[in-house]
Write a protein that binds this ligand. Sequence first.
Ligand SMILES: C[S@@+](CC[C@H](N)C(=O)[O-])C[C@H]1O[C@@H](n2cnc3c(N)ncnc32)[C@H](O)[C@@H]1O
Length: 404
Amino acid sequence: MSSSTQSGARSGAQDQMSPSDITALEKAFQDMLSSTQVKTVSEGSTTTREPAHEDSEEFDFEDEYSWLDRMTPSESAAFERAALETLFTAEGLPVPAEFRYLLTSESDIAFPSGNDVYDHSLTARFSLDETELKNPAAPKDFFDIQNLNRAISPADAERSDVQKRFRNPSDAPDPNAACIMGFGADNGAHVGVVCDPRTRQFLRAHPLFRKPLCIEPHYSAIPVYIAPSGVHADAGQGLFAACRITVKERLFREPPLLISPARISGHIALQFDTFVVDRVVPPRVRAAYDALHNCWPASNNAEHRFGIVRTNSIALNFPTRTREDPLTGCFQLLSRANHSCMPNVVFEWDYKTFQGSLIAVRPIEAGEEIFLSYTDISARKAVRRETLQRMYRFKCTCLKCGPN
Ligand SMILES: C[S@@+](CC[C@H](N)C(=O)[O-])C[C@H]1O[C@@H](n2cnc3c(N)ncnc32)[C@H](O)[C@@H]1O
């Protein structure tokens, strides 16, 4: 499966954008494409260009934006429509409804950072909205987890093994997961978040709250592809380098599909089905989430969807949470990386831009599988094996562990 085949349904987020938002976004995007300036990111205090390749002297625009040439006919059509739309606005004419999309149902085009409309770059100003942070009122536009309870019928609950294993009336309400919210563009959240009330307050104050979240670079320009893993016959899919990747290169950034606490009660676990189905997340996100791997046995959809969270979540450091009690994220691409105790990439989460990324820790050749470590690689083999078996249900046979 290639990364572009995963991006199925139309993004609800983009559907809901106002014509002026779309125009501004389109203009910024066009400006960015025609710009001769290389966009910069700051690493700590130093501002540096993010290298496409360590060994390339000049930034190669043709190469960087070659995905424009590789657009499918429907993607091109979407661009044409967007251009038309810009014309309508310039003429002061109402924009016909059929032009109100920048995205097609097949495309998943996101906007590289550095534009001045939705700037997700690391140099962008980051300031939490103080009024929102001080606002004690429970916002109306969030689901109260208690209200979702009714979505699980008693019959379903009775049948569910998850229910039998975890459900305990004293679990509710779970302080770790008292609310469910969408984070991302208005009326079309890109990220579904299960969190505690304090985190909810922080997220509401985040500069990107209700803004479209972007994927960098565009999916078709990301130097990885998804294919059956070579690590083990049962390992499912894996991520592979599409070209040579140099050490310290950041492969891509992507926002999570879903965020949830690492420790979660059975009461909340059972809500995952409803949560994902109940349109808390838009169709694109739901489809991407459902396509992820589940290593846990499941006899119904609730168990299956909870299994996906358990299989694919990566710890994210949030200002509201401790290292011992983190929130975790499931990612469309990132979560496809398999484990090795000798990884070739590390994971990095940036709360400011709301994106996770993979960074190469050594050169990776084209066609080589990309591996993350799911556990503490300084721990003894027996400890690593036990952790991986307990949490991810596989026996690691990487070079460091050996076959036995
Ligand atoms: C986050 S997913 C990784 C992507 C997954 N392989 C897929 O098909 O989408 C984690 C699951 O992948 C499998 N896996 C990851 N690393 C593995 C390895 N080194 N050996 C065997 N299975 C592995 C296990 O089933 C694990 O629960």
